[in-house]
Design a protein around this ligand. Sequence first.
Ligand code: HEM
Length: 376
Amino acid sequence: RTVHPFHGEHQAGITTTVQDHLHFAAFDMADDATRDDLIALLQDWSYAAARMTQGLDVSASGAVGGSPHAPPDDTGEALGLPASSLTITIGFGPTLFEKDGVDRFGIAARRPAALTPLPRFLGEDLVPLGTGGDLCVQACADDPQVAVHAVRNLSRIAFGRAALRWSQLGFGRTSKTTTAQATPRNLFGFKDGTANILADDADALRDHVWVGGDDGPDWLAGGSYLVARKIRQKIETWDRVRLLEQERTVGRTKGEGGPLSGGGEFAEPDFAKVSSAGTSAIDARSHVRLAHPEFNGGARILRRGYNYVDGNDTLGTLAAGLFFVSYQRSPEQFIRIQKSLASDLLGEYFVHIGSGVYAVPPGAASGSYVGAGLFA
Ligand code: HEM
């Protein structure tokens, strides 16, 4: 029943204790939308988001308090529900700054240099309508109805100015951001989020998550970059793999989640350790080794993903996987790790099918709106 303030130094929904449910949405601005439309949209979204995160309707007249002869401001399905730890995090995609060479909103010169479309990676087969978007909204809550209500109402507020491009529901967080949270499991049955950046690690957040004052541009200082990847997991194939091989692939035990070099869940992996069979205790191509900072120039990211199941496909296999979300000081950190994962043993069991990269502005001051600095 926690209430997270919408205003503050950083946007909520990054270091916030990871909630149980996600509704992530990407939006495209309307072809004829102007700079003033974009500013007004961000103001209206910030106003509504500040209210919804407090457990209130989108406006004072809300779902039932307005004229009975007009459609209500709020769609109503969250009436009576508590705030449910709702956070709403807003980001800007590369195309917001420039699309097909056109500077639609007079902000091309203020695009962060690091905000460019991600390069193509091995093992991806991206669906255009699950990729990109001028704007993104990450709504996380402990009640899925509250997260869906948030995205639905923000879409409605955007009507005529921006339209939903794609969206994704997620359940069952696959990360943790506080020591108090138990490490959850992903759909391969392994603990996910063991070696994550946590909310109380101020040094790691400064070095790896928040855009610094000297990183540029000024309007993004205190913000971050969000990378989203929809990763379809080949569940049925994985389920036919013997346990020892599953563990070799990940580099950790399935039960406790300890590194295969020995020790409990939080033991440091020892990549030099040789097993009694004379081979590396942790396989050189295991996921954990290739993703580890030691093999990526020290790069670390804050992971905040969710499991998803979109029903099943025509072959009767689960259309399921991981909706991977990470926050980092620069997309370069994600790119570095993702490139290193090109030879990941785990890669045989999943395909990246959706993708997005967004600059996430710092939090709005009370009475202001997310992204105000970009238009100052
Ligand atoms: C660690 C699963 C995709 C980056 C882990 C762990 C598991 C896991 C089980 C070990 C526990 C932990 O420390 O959290 C998966 C699955 C994926 C996936 C099932 C896809 C379906 C990715 C991607 C990236 C990534 C796309 C980034 C490009 C990391 C990092 C670690 C990690 C940085 C921590 C490594 C360390 O410092 O020890 N992942 N992962 N993972 N994963 Fe993934």
